[in-house]
Write a protein that binds this ligand. Structure first.
Ligand code: GAL
Length: 398
């Protein structure tokens, strides 16, 4: 019996909160109640097939719980060199128990039109979907790069759908917060670059990773008019229904957190810079007991590096780095178990149940990338990530 599972006995105490959320939780609950012993365990890093026996193809994933079903949206990769670019689109799967996944097809398809921003061969990465209860729309944000321009466009793409599995309709691509200054910079920094600063900046080769003397106070000012760069991203909906974009910006040097408009189709212009010159990417954010937690990675492309954890009492920060949450061997800690964060799923009705989700990328054959899902354990109110070969996300209390 897997180590994790033995710590989690079935104790069916249904909290009042869950009773109120019963319709939503019902699918999950009934699946778990019906056959907890028959659930197929999650095996981090193993080949994972859907309910038809076909390998799940949803990398850099985002998750949504809607009407008792979990939805998994991810990059559909193909074999070989071209596989890292968007040849097909965003693939969706659904599940009631997180173990058994049903193929819902391509939720957002690339376009055959060479003039489309999402033409086949562009980059569509890290799709995330949230539901807007005001508009009744499902809204997808993803990292969008124009075909043939590498990672230089650094935009977000936004798409909407009437149903959780789509089809999603592409709305627009943009660079966030054009014409707005971050909340947390001094007033005297809120000015465009001088010709001298512009010349200095244009002489520096940016790699997307740390470089010596990174011009940390120049890049967001350079991008004031065009909008801020946005690469790895995630979305977060707070308890009050406000939604936020968390994104690797400023040539990957600085995270930016931006509040979305009420329809979730744009940013408001209200944003903060987080960890300037920290070179964080792959953000995955969640909230527990009023506190915000954010996992990130360093910036080493497809190659894994050590996970980082930060905490805050407000989404706007200040964010406090609290180190590497991984325990285990030096190799496991140094590489986040060979993976890079993409999402933390909160399972409602169980205040203490969070699933860390990450990708073990295979850039040489991207279709074979693997999914590393680990249940969060808690130590001194901080999450800890520990390897387990196999586990079942039951509804038992933490
Ligand atoms: C990683 C990023 C991935 C992908 C990759 C390309 O740093 O997290 O989503 O963009 O770089 O090299």
């Amino acid at each position: 019996m897997p180590a994790f599972r033995s710590n989690h006995e079935f104790k069916w105490e249904i909290p009042a909160k869950m009773v109120r959320a019963l319709p939503m939780a019902l699918g999950f609950l009934s699946a778990a109640l019906a056959s907890p012993e028959r659930l197929r365990p999650i095996e981090p890093g193993a080949r994972w097939v859907d309910d038809q026996g076909i390998a799940i193809n949803a990398h850099g994933g985002g998750f949504l719980l809607h009407s008792g079903r979990f939805y998994w949206y991810g990059q559909h990769m193909v074999a070989g060199d071209a596989g890292n670019s968007a040849q097909v689109g965003v693939h969706a799967y659904s599940s009631v128990d997180l173990c058994e996944w049903h193929d819902e097809g391509i939720a957002l398809a690339v376009s055959p039109d060479p003039k489309s921003e999402i033409v086949k061969g562009c980059l569509i990465e890290r799709p995330k979907v949230i539901f807007n209860s005001q508009t009744g729309e499902f809204v997808m944000w993803f990292h969008l790069e124009e075909k043939g321009r590498g990672y230089s466009a650094a935009e977000v793409g936004i798409a909407v759908a009437e149903e959780p599995a789509g089809p999603f309709r592409f709305v627009k691509g943009l660079r966030p917060n054009a014409g707005h200054w971050p909340r947390n910079v001094p007033e005297n920094s809120k000015r465009p670059l001088s010709p001298g600063e512009r010349a200095r900046l244009s002489g520096i080769a940016m790699s997307g990773g740390p470089i010596a003397d990174f011009p940390i106070d120049l890049v967001y000012r350079r991008d004031f008019e065009s909008g801020q760069m946005s690469r790895d991203l995630t979305l977060f909906v707070d308890d009050d229904g406000a939604a936020y974009l968390v994104t690797a910006s400023e040539e990957n040097a600085t995270l930016q957190i931006s509040r979305l408009t009420g329809d979730f189709l744009n940013v408001t212009g209200d944003f903060v810079r987080v960890f300037p010159n920290g070179f964080n990417e792959a953000p995955a954010i969640f909230k527990r007991r009023g506190r915000y937690f954010m996992f990130t990675s360093g910036t080493t492309g497809w190659a894994p590096n050590a996970c980082r954890l930060a905490v805050a009492d407000s989404i706007w920060g200040p964010w406090k780095p609290v180190g590497n949450p991984c325990v285990g061997t030096a190799e496991q800690k140094g590489t986040t178990f060979g993976a890079q964060s993409t999402y933390v799923l909160t399972v409602p009705g169980r205040a203490n149940r969070y699933v860390f989700m990450a990708d073990r990328w295979k850039p040489e054959n991207p279709i074979d990338g693997r999914y590393i899902w680990l249940p969060l354990r808690w130590r001194d109110d901080l999450p800890v990530l520990e390897w387990t070969d196999s586990w079942i996300p039951t509804l038992g209390p933490d």
